[in-house]
Design a protein around this ligand. Structure first.
Ligand code: PEP
Length: 255
């Protein structure tokens, strides 16, 4: 029996206009209603679809996340969206440090840390992504990379803040590639992250932190991944873009 309630979030990335978002969210609201309450569910649309999503999801327990958040509070930062703006729109979570942002927008652990702290200070719940590349894994660097990213991205968080933060372990080689980490490979890294949490905060805090797995999670593998001791949910890309597929993934995950 899991000590922690599963948390599954869909990351839509740069997909779906507002009208496309409205269509899938109407479907999800009804299809997911039997499961809400058994686990925490969120969807993370593009910024432009957030207001529509708030309207459509009203009265459901499906929460909303953004795919990024500015490290700055307000001011002359063209193109940025602040935590305060997101909260005001009705957003609960913010994905921070996704590997695509680290890769294509040069986000460093230091910036991810600033964004994480800004989210927490403002009342948003961060989902902080860490994960190694294939090259790093093949060179036996997985533990070092995870340890460095963990320490850099989460530096200075209090215990209380750590409990509000979700960590998403996303091996870069498994994102959008169809290659999933085996349940053993994923559990091994999740256990390492739990140990890093225990070393930094003690076991009482460490046992409360949700650690999601992300990387080609689909209905066919969600059950075996979620059954692992230290895997407490999933961050789902491709398989969250279709209401039937996302619902099946969730249904399998909780059974
Ligand atoms: C992601 O974007 O966080 C992700 C895990 O994508 P996918 O499920 O498509 O691999």
């Amino acid at each position: 029996m899991k000590k922690r309630k599963l948390f599954i979030a869909g990351n839509w990335k740069m997909n779906k206009t507002s009208s496309e978002a409205e269509k899938i969210l109407v479907e999800l609201k009804s299809k997911l209603s039997p499961y809400i309450g058994k686990l925490n569910i969120a969807v993370c649309p593009a910024f432009t679809a957030l207001e529509t999503a708030v309207r459509v999801l009203h009265g459901s327990n499906i929460k909303l996340g953004s795919q990024d958040v500015s490290a700055k509070e307000s001011g002359a930062y063209t193109g940025e969206v602040s935590a305060k703006m997101l909260l005001d729109t009705g957003v609960t979570y913010a994905i921070v440090g996704h590997s695509e942002r680290r890769q294509y927008h040069n986000e460093t652990d230091a910036l991810v840390n600033e964004k994480t702290k800004m989210a927490l200070k403002s009342g948003l719940l961060p989902i902080v992504c860490i994960g190694e590349t294939l090259h790093e894994r093949e060179n036996g660097k997985t533990y070092d990379i995870i340890t460095t990213q963990f320490r850099g991205s989460l530096n200075g968080l209090t215990s209380e803040e750590m409990i509000k933060t979700t960590i998403a372990y996303e091996p870069v080689w498994a994102i959008g590639t169809g290659k999933t980490a085996s349940k053993e490979q994923a559990q091994e890294v999740h256990a390492l992250i739990r140990k890093l949490l225990t070393d930094a905060y003690g076991s009482e805090t460490a046992e409360k932190v949700i650690i999601q797995y992300g990387g080609s999670v689909k209905p066919e593998n969600s059950a075996e991944l979620m059954a692992q001791q230290d895997i407490d949910g999933a961050l789902v890309g491709g398989a969250s873009l279709d209401s039937e597929v996302f619902t099946n993934l969730i249904a399998n995950a909780i059974n």
